[in-house]
Design a protein around this ligand. Structure first.
Ligand code: UTP
Length: 408
């Protein structure tokens, strides 16, 4: 892109300040900055006007979850079906590790965080050990995709290599990086994180499918006969991955996606809840739940909107072709965004100072026709690490690990 074209593009979006240091840059840096301006979608900044609001939501109705009593009753049937699918190579796993983990406050990728007390127990290690349980049980190596971002890819790959992938077979792991989106201040002005670089942030965990295809890894689905893919976050150190019973139940229910859910701890708990929206599976955020929905009861007298998602989904690969990025809402999230100040010094803010833009994997669900919410026991499968202390923290996750007999 030429300087003139960049100036025009920036003027159209009121972002002319991004060329403030242009004249001081080397030729190489000038080209890099112009290239970044060329590929940046400045149009998304207009979304800060309706910050956090998902206008235009449809009509919500309950979506019944498969509950523990049925799962326990049919466990053998589900496990047999799931183990068969795993042994036939039909399932893969995909770790979403592109996030910045800003709430945890570590400079390293979240997976490198050590939750051990008497020995090292890294988050990546916990996740891989959980998957290795299934590998050992089925005698089958499962393809593991790992999504990183340009901000944490090198550190993540180096760390995992140094630790011999915690016993996982290297040739069964495929890394790819997700796309980035610009990050702006509260007035919609994009920050610079260096004189020649706009501040960017990973564009949300829904980017996994398009980024995987862009990275040229789509052929593995065909080559290896992968029909189902288990998507999960890096935060939850207890979750079961490629859980045979969950896989079997989802296959037998003949749906496009299975979603692990936990029973809500309280009607107003701050979790996204599985439901139908205009007759299609969806997730209603806690702040979108009306009092009427919060108090609604199902035929058994139980709360009708009672199951929260835990970011563990099993997608039918053939259904993913129907998912289009441009149909998913863009979420505007308040974040701490590093930037250079008027003296050109890098500032790492202590509190949120602007917005980043994300598409979320939960919005993919609404583009599919059918979903099985599958209940898991919270204390056994949900130990998210979002914060250093307090709710959903290293402390709470450690306590839950111990409750499940994991030595830290
Ligand atoms: P979070 O919503 O916790 O976001 O991600 P985060 O960016 O990691 O953490 P905070 O909000 O800054 O503290 C949930 C999961 O989705 C992944 C994360 O790595 C985590 O596994 N994720 C999130 C991505 O892979 N890419 C993204 O762009 C965002």
């Amino acid at each position: 892109m030429t300087l003139e074209n960049a100036q025009k593009k920036l003027a159209d979006f009121g972002q002319e300040h991004l060329l403030k240091y242009y004249d001081t840059l080397s030729d190489e840096s000038k080209s890099a900055l112009l290239a970044q301006i060329e590929k940046t979608d400045f149009g998304m900044i207009s979304h800060i006007a309706d910050f956090g609001k998902n206008d235009g939501r449809g009509v919500f109705s309950p979506l019944a979850a498969m509950q523990r009593d049925e799962i326990v009753r049919r466990e053998d049937e589900f496990r047999t079906e799931g183990i068969k699918a795993i042994k036939e190579g039909k399932t893969a796993a995909l770790l979403l590790a592109g996030g910045m983990g800003t709430r945890l406050g570590s400079d390293n990728p979240k997976g490198m965080y050590d939750i051990g007390e008497t020995k090292h127990v890294y988050i990546f290690q916990r996740i891989i050990e959980n998957l290795l349980d299934v590998v050992k049980e089925t005698g089958t190596w499962i393809r593991l995709f790992i999504m990183t971002s340009e901000k944490n890819n090198d550190a993540s790959v180096k760390f995992l290599k140094e630790h011999d992938f915690f016993g996982y077979r290297e040739d069964k792991i495929s890394f790819f990086t997700q796309d980035m989106a610009p990050a702006c201040d509260r007035n919609g002005k994009i920050y610079l994180e260096a004189p020649d670089h706009l501040s960017t942030s990973p564009n949300g965990n829904a980017g996994w499918y398009s980024s995987l295809l862009k990275a040229g890894l789509g052929h593995l689905f065909k080559d290896e006969g992968i029909e189902w893919i288990n998507i999960f976050g890096v935060d939850n150190v207890l979750q079961r991955i490629c859980d045979p019973a969950f896989i079997g139940a989802t296959i037998l229910a003949d749906v496009s996606v299975g979603a692990k859910v936990v029973r809500k701890a309280a009607p107003d708990e701050r979790v996204g809840v599985m439901c139908l929206e205009d007759g299609k599976p969806s997730i209603v955020e806690y702040y979108e739940l009306s009092d009427e929905m919060m108090n609604a009861k199902d035929a058994n007298g139980d709360p009708a909107y009672n199951y929260g998602v835990i970011l563990n989904y099993l997608f039918r690969v053939s259904a993913l072709e129907a998912v289009a990025d441009d149909k998913m809402p863009l979420h505007v999230v308040e974040k701490k965004i590093p930037y250079i100040d008027e003296n050109g010094d890098l500032v790492k803010p202590e509190a949120p100072n602007g917005f980043k833009f994300e598409q979320l994997v939960l919005d993919m669900i609404h583009q599919l026709d059918t979903c099985l919410p599958y209940e898991v026991i919270r204390e056994h499968e949900f130990a998210p690490i979002k914060n250093a202390t307090g709710v959903d923290s290293v402390e709470t996750a450690r306590a839950l690990c111990k409750l499940n007999g994991i030595v830290l």
